[in-house]
Design a protein around this ligand. Structure first.
Ligand code: COA
Length: 202
């Protein structure tokens, strides 16, 4: 069973929840503010496409909600508990595979003005509890470019295990980039009491 779209995770400082249509204006502001910060780490948009246009942001929100409902991905918007209306980042479990895998790819970014305060690490930790708890995943994978020290530090702090080095793995900002591959499995991540779920292969 897929966790409901009403899912809401809280940490000491953050609230994490799926995007909703009421977020479109705020998400657009956040993406526009962070364009220069995020462009080096994202796939380049298609020619003529503006990922911060109302149409694209609306499509993104609707796609995230569709994919959540069908269990294909779980995307969380982040906000501070003290200011829940202002979005500050996103953490997602993408490309969910069931069957013999029960795995997902982790993606994340944080508002440029909210970096280096441990917020992304705090948010991912809660998303991992969700992944290995209600989402019944067994493996969460991350791929990071060798020249992204902040992201490498986040994944190190979270205790991910390095699994390999993939040459020309993803096309980022128009260039096929090498990535270091990391993973964490259910056995390595004790799930807090109360969110235990059977993640046996289905
Ligand atoms: C990567 C990113 C999500 C981290 O968010 P964040 O909220 O700053 O993360 P945290 O504060 O939890 O941790 C960042 C760590 O990197 C460290 N750091 C910052 N700049 C660094 C640098 N140049 N070299 C090494 N470490 C650095 C910080 O000191 C902190 O470590 P610490 O807690 O031990 O002091 C954010 O920088 C970002 O959005 N980057 C652009 C998008 C991106 O790279 N996404 C990931 C793609 S794989």
């Amino acid at each position: 069973m897929v966790p409901p779209l009403s899912t809401r995770l809280t940490t000491q400082r953050l609230v994490l929840r799926p995007p909703r249509t009421g977020d479109i204006g705020e998400l657009r502001r956040l993406l526009r503010h962070n364009q220069a910060h995020l462009n080096p780490w994202n796939p380049a948009p298609r020619p003529g496409e503006d990922p911060t246009s109302i149409t694209e942001v609306s499509n993104t929100v609707l796609r995230h909600r569709r994919e959540w409902k069908s269990g294909r991905s779980f995307s969380f918007m982040l906000a501070l508990l003290t200011d829940p209306g202002r979005l500050i980042g996103k953490i997602a479990l993408n490309g969910i595979m069931r069957g013999a895998m029960h795995g997902a790819y982790l993606g994340y970014w944080m508002d440029v003005d909210h970096q280096n305060g441990g917020l992304c690490t705090e948010g991912i930790s809660a998303v991992l509890d969700f992944a290995f708890g209600p989402a019944r995943l067994h493996r969460v994978q991350a791929a990071i470019m060798p020249h992204n020290p902040r992201s490498l530090r986040v994944i190190e702090k979270l205790g991910f295990r390095r699994e390999g080095y993939a040459e020309r793995y993803l096309q980022i900002a128009g260039k096929w980039e090498d990535h270091i591959l990391f993973a964490r499995t259910r056995e390595e991540h004790p799930v807090p009491d109360g969110s235990r779920h059977d993640n046996a292969v289905a």
